[in-house]
Design a protein around this ligand. Sequence first.
Ligand code: ADP
Length: 226
Amino acid sequence: MIVFDKVTKIYPDGTKALEQASIIIEPKEFVSIVGHSGAGKTTLVKMLLAEEIPTSGKIFYESVDVNKLKKHEIHHYRRKIGTVFQDFRLLPNKTVYENISFAMEMSGREEEEISADVPHVLELVDLTNKAYNFPHELSGGEKQRVAIARAIVNQPDIIIADEPTGNLDPVNTNDIIQILKKINDLGTTIILTTHNKGVIDSLGRRVITMEKGKVIRDDKTGRYVL
Ligand code: ADP
């Protein structure tokens, strides 16, 4: 379970990005966080990744106070969370296969595990035929599927997808959402931030709406209301 308990974040320049935000996310949920640009969505995500610390309030993951983790513990903790971003963040000089295998190497996985698991995730995102292509040879949708494969290959408990469809057309957007749904069905918690009304309405899952750093709605089978 993830708990944001009255989290306020004021950046050093005085910007109040979050104000008393409280959210509970159960294991295996698929939660979308929506809100206009500047509403505090990315700040919320950064808090969960322990990349930013709250000014007040607490964040717990499975009863662990995320901000009390020591440096070496943070590294271990972040492995439970896979991330996908709007700008893909692939390594340009590595093939699709290597982008994924490298993430496993960085987590200290054995060669045997790597050669067993990479083909498996490539199949899951339907990119087996692009394994030896480089990122610049892929479409935006394919790049994002590589990023998803890389995010899931170490079997995280949670996937944070921060505007993953922001650079994609409607067809690719739909593909990405379907893959995220499939990953969720396999038991991974998904936290999706998006601006895309169509995505939210088609998902029919929980929607948390943020405005000016506050949680203003939390709908079980939500719609995009802003
Ligand atoms: P969203 O992801 O919903 O667009 P953000 O969490 O990125 O919102 O931003 C929330 C607010 O915090 C905005 O006003 C933004 O300008 C501000 N902000 C974000 N990061 C920083 C930072 N590092 N320093 C100062 N202000 C920031």
